[in-house]
Design a protein around this ligand. Structure first.
Ligand SMILES: *[C@@H]1O[C@H](CO)[C@@H](O)[C@H](O)[C@H]1NC(C)=O
Ligand SMILES: CC(=O)N[C@H]1CO[C@H](CO)[C@@H](O)[C@@H]1O
Length: 469
């Protein structure tokens, strides 16, 4: 597909931007979505991409005349399987080695940048890039796919220094840092404990994950996020003060609507139920629950008495979802409940008229899809800083969804709490259910308004131009 750039809104000469995201599908894809939005404004993009991964992303390049892929050889690193290029090619524990391999591309990147001579490079985890670009007279821009509320919560430099001792860090992490703009966003004990344990996590070349991000935030000429001022504004202002540099928002970067149709099997199955009655539960492509939590979740869905479709990875220690189902479960929910593993057309399922509720792990992509749908939202965040803060943001701050209650210390949920959260949002009589429905529809209208997306991108481009002056 080729789209003619919308040049009408351009009053400055087009930019030449290089993109160098973490070699992970979850990073390459949003950087490419953003590239499409920028190319739509006539800007030229040089996109650095691992060699064999290029073919997987070509279909999403809507402006092949303006977005050029530059294949990068990912060097072999001891411990990485042969041919591994992205974190999606390896298990989670090997992801830091992909980062190490990227660190080894510095000389190639320098050569490429010298030849291409872009005005600005977008990066996220290669913290050595700002020093390199500065030498070459190119600007660097750290574009984070983690939302600014999370970055503000866990990564302000003062806070990182405080967090050198893990026990103390746990206490600190339970409360937002001083000056944090939203008091309803805070962590439970088990979440603070988990995040504190990550402080010593090495992510490539022996560099701590937090140092990598913090170096990027500190050294880049400017930093930026996906999102819009209406929602992200206070966090962006806060980060701007903390780091003393421009913080830009690229707008919601809503992916172009999918031009595929829902698989017949699901269209027919969903079609058999009443409007807005089906609960769709999908916890992302990576999260594997412990078996007892897996069962508790399914029993909770069963308890709701509503039809449901759950898309889950097999729980830890199980090969398939079938062998992990609670006893007698399949017979009891026959005809109204389905459990699937594997990939599913989430965006299209959420748009199906029969689907009325979405139980989500609170990944950024899923939440955007949730907000763009008319489904009621139930929040079941994965143990991940971004997902946790997202859940508090949606549940506590914007009040567009209801979070499943978990044990403060152990972080476990019970079937009753899953059922309760679904019931609250699905019950027409429930005041909270009505409130989240109203608030959700306001946010949805905001995100869908043409001007928001378009104005945010224009404003983003203008601020990039200002950076080059
Ligand atoms: C960047 O350069 C500064 C100044 O030379 C140096 O102190 C710092 O360690 C460098 N940082 C990285 C991540 O390369
Ligand atoms: C954050 C937000 O917009 N909350 C609103 C949700 O809906 C209730 C009821 O309509 C409003 O009072 C809140 O202000």
């Amino acid at each position: 597909m080729q789209i003619v750039p919308d040049k009408t809104s351009m009053d400055s000469p087009p930019l030449h931007i290089a993109m160098f995201p973490l070699f992970a599908m979850g990073h390459l894809t949003p950087f490419l979505h953003l590239s499409n939005k920028l190319a739509n404004r006539g800007h030229r993009i040089s996109f650095f991409i691992p060699k064999r991964t290029q073919s997987k992303l070509e279909q999403f390049n809507l402006y092949p005349n303006l977005i050029t892929f530059h294949p990068i050889n990912v060097p072999h690193v001891n411990g990485l399987p042969n041919g591994a290029e992205t974190t999606s090619d390896v298990s989670f524990s090997l992801a830091p080695l992909i980062m190490t391999a990227m660190d080894h591309t510095e000389k190639d990147i320098e050569l490429l940048l010298t030849q291409l001579n872009p005005q600005i490079v977008f990066f996220d985890f290669t913290h050595w890039l700002p020093n390199l670009t500065r030498r070459l007279g190119i600007k660097s821009f750290q574009y984070s796919i983690i939302n600014p509320a999370t970055v503000s919560y866990v990564r302000s430099p003062a806070r990182l220094r405080q967090c050198s001792d893990i026990a103390e860090a746990e206490l600190h992490l339970m409360q937002p840092p001083p000056g944090y703009p939203v008091s309803s966003i805070k962590l439970h004990a088990h979440e603070a404990k988990f995040l504190a344990s990550k402080i010593t996590w090495e992510f490539g070349s022996g560099v701590l994950f937090y140092d990598r991000l913090n170096n990027g935030l500190t050294l880049a000429d400017a930093i930026g996020f996906k999102g819009c001022r209406e929602i992200e504004g206070p966090f962006v202002d806060y980060l701007g003060e903390q780091f003393g540099k421009p913080v830009l928002l690229s707008g919601p970067v809503i992916p172009e609507p999918s031009n595929t149709v829902l698989e017949k099997k699901w269209a027919e199955w969903l079609g058999g139920f009443k409007h807005g009655s089906v609960v769709f539960c999908a916890l992302g492509s990576e999260w594997r629950l412990p078996q007892d939590q897996f069962q508790e979740l399914l029993l909770g869905l069963e308890l709701t008495d509503l039809p449901f479709l759950a898309v889950l990875k097999p729980p830890v220690g199980c090969e398939t979802v079938e062998i992990a189902l609670p006893e007698g479960f399949r017979e009891r929910v026959q005809g109204r409940g389905v459990v699937e593993s594997g990939w599913i057309q989430q965006q299209l399922i959420l748009q199906h008229p029969s689907v009325g509720c979405f139980v989500t792990h609170c990944g950024a992509g899923s939440l955007t899809e949730a907000l763009m749908s008319k489904c009621q939202i139930v929040l079941l965040p994965q143990l991940d800083a971004d997902h946790i803060v997202n859940a508090r943001m949606m549940g506590g701050n914007l009040k567009v969804g209801v979070e499943v209650e978990k044990g403060e210390e152990d972080g476990l949920f019970k079937k009753e709490s899953v059922c309760e959260a679904v019931k609250i949002v699905m019950d027409d009589e429930s005041e909270v259910g009505r409130e989240v429905r109203e608030n959700h529809s306001k946010v949805k209208n905001l995100l869908l308004s043409y001007n928001l997306e378009s104005d945010s991108i224009d404003c983003f481009c203008k601020k990039l131009q200002d950076l080059l002056k």
